[in-house]
Design a protein around this ligand. Sequence first.
Ligand SMILES: *Cc1c(COP(=O)(O)O)cnc(C)c1O
Length: 220
Amino acid sequence: MHSIEKNIDQIQRTLPGKVTLVAVSKFQPAEAILQAYNCGQRIFGESKVQELVTKYNNLPKDIEWHMVGHLQRNKVKYIAPFIGLIQSVDSLPLLLEIEKQAKKHQRVIDCLLQFRIGQEHTKFGLDQEQIKAILSGDILKKCEHIRICGLMAMASNTNDIQRIEMEFSTAQRLFKEIQEEFPELDFHTLSMGMTSDYPIAIACGSNMIRIGSNIFGDRI
Ligand SMILES: *Cc1c(COP(=O)(O)O)cnc(C)c1O
């Protein structure tokens, strides 16, 4: 068995059934993606628009592409025709641009709001107040071409397991609060967990993990 196939198999074997595996293929060549594809993987995550568009054009059309990196507003138009899920929505203006481009292409684009958990370990993301303001605002009600499906969050890059647990639990708490406060939303995806921390994320209620290096090996 090739190593990519073996890695995916090993991860899938430990996953509870309700957890979706996103193979984060950024900086990986098309051949590596095809190897994963050939053993059944269909969802791939990318972090750069240019790379995402090139890969979309050159790879099988039944791949579901997720944008997981920071997305600039002026680049939404390039991915709007085909993107399956934008996991990294970190501002209201970005959300409105996604609505505009989705409308142009007569589609509904699924989005996750990127939650920045407490500490300043990432530049991007929204805090709890900003997320609730977006969800309760009138603007969203007029957006018929986006569907906010849940949250994406990253834990600090640390070996401190308790801290990671605390951060994922914070995201889980917010996720549940939103489900209760906004029952009209189709809010069902909690995307958290990467190579180094996904078992902890799953224990904290994650139902979508984003794995790169553990599948493809180190990025060049
Ligand atoms: C790169 C990346 C991942 C995957 O990271 P690994 O540690 O290689 O598993 C997951 N999520 C986001 C947002 C990323 O940018």
